[in-house]
Design a protein around this ligand. Structure first.
Ligand code: IPT
Length: 957
């Protein structure tokens, strides 16, 4: 018995096969002379609640869709129409429907799309035509002029259909029925929003007689001879020319010439052309050889160190329907932040993105559109990749990726997919890919024994484990022991962080076998939302969702760099600039793999107390990759008033490049000079008790509680020891993580509700001393905190002594004082900046003088959390006060309390209060990557230990 009106008509939806009617996959290219017609634009849309709610009469010419909505194609219907067509759903790995492959729910939002078009007048009447879809999620059936031409799955892969015989000069009716859920959805369980729609281009391509079909550009480079070898295999015979190399040969013929090789650092492309009887196709040829040699991934004979990122396609309004300028923005941002590699997690990107990678230079791991992660919940039972019935669909996906992208020099590694467990289907994919393209390597993280792959790849492995792998002490199969290692995901950039990436980079640089990694991930997938600013999982009322786990990028949804990107940029600099400042030299190291240093100009400057007193250019030899030199610095300026001094040496682009202007900074380093003199004041003034008030120098205190009230004319409220921070995503951790979930522990032990017991206010001869005990209800551990105030009459010094009592079961989130100021706006400081820095995220924090505002200090993490601390601050000025630290401190100031920050779910929840809350932290607990990965390394944990620190306050006159 059937509950469906026309069951067989929608059988294809749950069919595990890849589809029917589409042409075999082939290379993606833009012809020079064959006509094409973009069918992007405004389309009519009707969304039905089930796959079979409507019959296919809408596909018939003459159907009146006048009352249908209009939507943009490319686009996702759930991101258009203000929710009228349904809403986005975010899940990480859980399928948002019952797991019963290949069945999908009856509630299967189905978008019937209609587009009418005329052929341009000059559309040739001879030859054929092909209709190409570059991406449709998740399953589509297509009719042209009432004829059913086929159906397909494989959302982020191209599908082409022969349509020439169906076209009319005008009034063509293209009908596309798109189902949100299909058997294909089981293969597309990537950690991202589920977004149905025709989200990439739709194009009609004229195919003249004798036109190019498929072709494979084989362009290798022999680093010994310096010669490139070119052979273009083409389904249709023709000629290949490369004018700059004097090449003009038949297809299939091999030719050798002296060439400049392609690399991500020097992405030399040669313009060429493939000419068949009926068509001319431009080629952009990069000569390079990828191989596994000496247990390493080598390109052109050299081992590559990947400084990469995982890139999902994302735009806060358009979802995965990216335009060219957005793709270019990604590539330019990556290049300007020293990245050299992209893993196209977890599907082949829009093909234009790979053109940009070829052109600007990025190593690419091109990943297939495959993830079956949700099967992990049932111990991988019924996993499609281990079920032969699905193998044709897997092979189809592999072929569609490889055939489409095989002519990109930037693509050096094929990846079978992500988080799909293990199984025969994956082995079949790897075998097929190896057979089809021996010129690249194969990657798949789930294959821990590297049975099918050419490298050992892992995600989120700890520093300690990576070090073992680097030392080849990790065991594993014989095959794996011979292979290089990459971390295909690490440094989970969710919220504040990632912490500890400098420590990873040190290991990557130390052990040859470790060939780098790819930060998870490039961009926060926040969706522009009228009330919430940016929406994340759950904000659309999803019954199942994973909250803000979808916001874990190095750039915010609008592509503003987050502090994590700036940290990564510093950590992966192409030039090392180091020294201890003792011998008048700076050690410069070329950390690139291919290029010498000639693209960079070097500058030095000498600062005293953060003010530059002298500067100039530094001549650095054009060191070869991997080479170092000790470069002599000028004599330090003779007299500089005895302040703290340092050298800053910077490497800048010497000339404009395709991706950055002359003067763009790629690397920097600071070398210490004269050490800083700590602030000292003579305790020459003593506290004077008065009527309910104690005065001391410029300050007044509450006589009963010892609480600070004013410093000169500046009102100060609520100054006290503070150990709490609004927990970060990394503090929260994830339930599957083995590392410590600090937030839970901290809350269990009440660190967010510490009580302050006043034990005594002592008015001494030269000091006011306030003794307290700071501890949470229910527990016996605590902190004895003594505030000792002294003054020289003008300045006020606070020395805080902290003594842990009892057994402290957890590290502290922070340790310092916090207080409220009635007003503050502008902020100046001498210390680390310009952006935030925490103990394990402050590589990019540069010692200098900085200026900002209280608002400007905030980092807008989509889910509000601890942020904005400036590290290594010597002194700061805000709200009429100058604060000097002994020793240096972390400075935070915000228009809301930590408690408000902690409670907020979106930035729009943060409402400024009257008071500006300032934290001066002696220390902070590190950040780590516990939201998905190892927690805070021991050296960055903040343990409760006896400690003393001071601040000197004065009113700014
Ligand atoms: C890993 C996934 O591969 C990636 O898609 C993303 O979900 C990431 O985690 C977390 O943001 S899988 C994880 C179980 C290690």
């Amino acid at each position: 018995m059937s509950f469906r009106t026309s069951p067989s008509a929608i059988d294809y939806v749950e069919d595990v096969s890849p589809g029917s009617g589409a042409l075999p996959p082939r290379a993606w290219y833009a012809s020079s002379d064959a006509k094409s017609l973009s069918l992007n634009g405004s389309w009519r849309l009707r969304v039905s609640p089930t796959a079979d709610a409507e019959d296919d009469s809408f596909a018939e010419p003459g159907f009146d869709a006048g009352d249908w909505a209009e939507v943009a194609v490319p686009g996702h219907w759930v991101l258009q129409g203000d929710g009228a067509f349904g809403l986005p759903i975010y899940t990480n790995h859980l399928y948002p429907f019952p797991v019963d492959p290949p069945h999908v729910p009856t509630e299967n939002p189905t978008g019937d799309h209609l587009h009418l078009f005329d052929l341009p007048e000059d559309w040739p009447s001879e030859g054929g035509s092909v209709l190409r879809f570059d991406g449709v999620e998740s399953c589509a059936r297509v009719w042209l002029n009432g004829t059913d031409i086929g159906e397909f799955k494989g959302s982020r892969l191209p599908h082409e259909f022969t349509v020439g015989h169906l076209l009319k000069p005008s009034g063509n009716v293209l009908a596309v029925r798109v189902h949100q859920w299909s058997a294909g959805s089981y293969l597309e369980d990537q950690d991202q929003w589920w977004l149905p729609g025709i989200f990439r281009d739709v194009t009609l391509l004229h195919r003249p007689a004798g036109s190019v079909l498929d072709f494979f550009v084989n362009a290798s480079y022999d680093h010994i001879t310096g010669e490139g070898t070119l052979r273009v295999d083409s389904d249709v015979d023709g000629r290949v020319s490369v004018p700059a190399l004097d090449i003009d040969v038949a297809t299939g013929e091999t030719v050798t010439a002296a060439v400049q090789p392609w690399s991500a650092e020097v992405p030399k492309l040669y313009d060429g052309e493939l000419v068949t009887e009926g068509e001319r196709v431009p080629l952009r040829i990069g000569f390079r050889t990828v191989e596994l040699a000496d247990g390493l991934i080598k390109v052109n004979g050299r081992a590559v160190l990947f400084k990469g990122v995982n890139r999902h396609e994302w735009h806060p309004e358009k979802g995965r329907a990216l335009d060219l300028e957005t793709m270019r923005a990604d590539v330019l941002l990556m290049k300007r932040h020293n990245l050299n590699a992209v893993r196209t997690s977890h599907y082949p990107p829009h093909p234009a993105f790979l053109d940009l990678c070829d052109e600007y230079g990025l190593w690419v791991i091109d990943e297939c559109d495959l993830e079956t992660h949700g099967f992990t919940e049932q111990a991988w039972r019924d996993n499609p990749v281990d079920d032969d019935r699905w193998t044709p669909a897997l092979l189809d996906r592999a072929a569609r990726m490889v055939e489409r992208d095989k002519n990109h020099p930037s693509v050096v590694i094929w990846s079978l997919g992500n988080e799909a467990g293990t199984g025969r289907g994956l082995t079949a994919m790897a075998e097929w890919i190896h057979g089809r393209d021996a010129s690249r390597l194969v990657h798949y993280e789930g294959d821990w024994n590297s049975r099918d792959t050419d490298m050992y790849s892992r995600m989120y492995a700890s520093h300690a484990e990576i070090e073992q792998i680097g030392q080849e002490l990790d065991g594993g199969t014989h095959k794996r022991r011979e292979l290089p290692f990459i971390l295909c995901e690490y440094g989970h950039a969710m919220g504040n962080g990632p912490g500890g990436i400098a420590d990873y980079q040190e290991l990557f640089e130390k052990y040859d076998r470790l060939q780098g990694g790819f930060i998870w991930e490039w961009i926060d997938h926040g969706i522009t939302h009228p009330e919430l600013g940016y929406a994340y999982g759950g904000d659309f009322g999803e019954e199942l969702h994973d909250g803000n786990f979808v916001c874990d990028g190095l750039v915010f949804p609008d592509r503003r760099p987050s502090p994590g990107l700036l940290e990564f940029k510093k950590v992966i600099e192409p030039v090392g600039i180091e020294g201890d400042g003792t011998d008048g030299t700076v050690r410069v190291t070329n950390k690139q793999d291919f290029a010498d240093l000639s693209a960079f100009a070097f500058e030095w400057s000498y600062q005293v107390d953060g003010e530059t007193v002298e500067s100039g250019s530094l001549s650095v030899p054009a060191l070869a990759p991997g080479a170092s030199a000790d470069v002599k610095l000028p004599e330090p300026p003779a007299d500089h008033g005895g302040g703290e001094s340092q050298w800053t040496v910077r490497a800048l682009l010497a000339a404009d490049t395709a991706w950055g202007p002359e003067g763009h900074e790629v690397a920097w380093g600071q070398l210490p000079g004269t050490a800083r003199a700590l602030p000292s004041i003579a305790a020459s003034d003593g506290p004077v008790p008065g009527d309910g008030v104690i005065t001391l120098g410029p300050a007044s205190f509450d006589a009963r509680t010892g609480a600070l009230r004013t410093i000169g004319g500046v009102e100060v409220s609520g100054l006290r020891l503070d150990v709490w921070r609004a927990t970060t995503d990394n503090d929260e951790g994830a339930e599957w993580q083995t590392g410590t979930r600090y937030a839970e522990l901290w809350r269990k032990y009440g660190l967010h509700r510490m009580r302050h017991r006043l034990d005594g206010v002592e008015v001494g001869d030269d000091a006011l001393t306030v003794r307290t005990r700071v501890a949470p209800a229910a527990w016996e551990f605590g902190l004895a905190a003594v505030y000792r105030w002294t003054s020289d009459g003008n300045r006020l010094k606070l020395t805080v002594s902290v003594g842990p009592e009892g057994e402290w079961p957890v590290p502290l989130p922070r340790l310092g004082v916090r207080f409220g100021l009635a007003q503050a706006d502008g902020v100046k400081w001498y210390g680390g900046g310009p952006g935030e820095g925490y103990p394990d995220t402050k590589s990019a924090s540069r010692l200098d003088r900085w200026e900002s505002t209280v608002d400007g200090l905030q980092t807008p993490y989509l889910r509000p959390q601890e942020n904005g601390a400036r590290a290594d601050v010597r002194w700061a000025e805000l709200g009429g006060l100058r604060i000097e630290g002994d020793p240096e401190f972390f400075l935070t100031a915000r228009r809301w309390t930590t408690e408000q920050l902690d409670a907020a779910a979106h930035l729009t929840d943060l409402k400024a209060v009257e008071t500006v809350w300032v934290n001066l932290d002696h220390a902070l607990h590190g950040i780590g990557t516990g939201s998905c990965g190892p927690g805070v390394l021991p050296q960055y944990q903040l343990r409760a230990e006896p400690v003393e620190f001071s601040f000197v306050f004065s009113e700014i006159s």
